[in-house]
Write a protein that binds this ligand. Structure first.
Ligand code: PAF
Length: 294
């Protein structure tokens, strides 16, 4: 595995692969790698000849009162894991390399509407930071395929829209959420949970699944399902930001045209913010009737 820290070094390292017509899969990360990230890397190997991973804790996507300073940074352990997974190139730029003129004057990429709902309303500016850095990383690495986890379902939707709207010649691939045995979605932020909070945390996934089951059984009062789920989370000790049943394509309310429903939740346990989602395909032949759960 070759590690590059500058834009020019990763670009010249990849030139040879590109000249010999090898395909490039890219997995952008913020490090503190867990099995969820390694699943993305494994998927990348099945899709392309060359696998590139980036580790960059992007200050532009953190709000002023968020956990940028305490975000877990575990570079040595991450490098070892990526080496074991057969990654070809690791790109680890510093902040000056990505934002040489600082953050204030950085041109930003914004995906309207999709970026403003759900996590976007709780974390203003967050998704502009994500799309800006991902667009820059895409321009630097110029991959054929980029892989993102479905745990961050809104992020994945926003990146798909950005790529489509800006005609970026990159295929975006989503990878299923990796979970601990008790259902908790794997996340770098899980390491912040106290033992008591870790015990409570899987209730988020259980609540999502209960809601999915209710919809699959034909229960169609979504407002009632959402408020019941929020109450469950509150009772368990979470402070919910949202629990929402949405159209998986638009992330707006479910309509007659909805083909797939996404049920998304974000909530704090102490100072740790957890997010998760599950989805459900609607059988067009039925009236919210029998649904194919995913
Ligand atoms: O999902 C993440 O880890 C980050 O939001 C990403 C996509 C690497 C951009 O910084």
């Amino acid at each position: 595995m070759r590690t590059c820290t500058t834009n020019t070094s990763i670009q010249s390292a990849l030139l040879k692969a590109r000249q010999s017509r090898q395909t490039i899969a890219f997995v952008p990360t913020m490090g503190n790698l867990h099995d969820g990230h390694l699943d993305l890397v494994r998927k990348a190997h099945t899709l392309c000849d060359i696998v590139v991973v980036s580790i960059f804790v992007n200050p532009l996507q953190f709000g002023a009162n968020e956990d940028l300073d305490t975000y877990p940074r575990t570079m040595a352990a991450d490098k070892e894991k990526l080496f074991q997974e057969g990654v070809h190139f690791l790109y680890t730029p510093d902040v000056v390399e990505i934002y040489p003129e600082g953050l204030a004057t950085q041109t930003q990429v914004q995906v309207p509407e999709l970026s403003e709902t759900l996590c976007g309303s709780n974390r203003p500016g967050h998704f502009n930071g994500v799309t800006t850095v991902v667009a820059k990383l895409f321009n630097i690495v110029r991959p054929d395929i980029a892989i993102f986890g479905e745990k961050d379902f809104q992020q994945l939707s926003i990146i798909c829209k950005m790529v489509q709207d800006l005609c970026m010649p990159i295929k975006i691939v989503g990878a299923a959420t990796a979970r601990d045995e008790d259902g908790l979605a794997k996340s770098s932020r899980n390491s912040f949970l106290t033992p008591d909070q870790r015990h409570i945390a899987p209730i988020m996934h259980q609540t999502l699944m209960t809601c999915r089951e209710a919809i699959a059984c034909g229960f169609d009062n979504f407002l009632q399902l959402e408020s019941h789920a929020r109450m469950k989370l509150l009772q368990a000790g979470f402070e919910p930001d949202y629990f929402a049943i949405r159209d998986a394509q638009t992330l707006q309310s479910v309509t007659e045209e909805t083909e797939e429903v996404a049920i998304l939740a974000a909530a704090r346990l102490g100072s740790t913010r957890l997010i998760d989602n599950v989805r459900l395909s609607l059988d067009p032949a039925s009236d919210w009737g029998i649904l194919a759960a995913r």
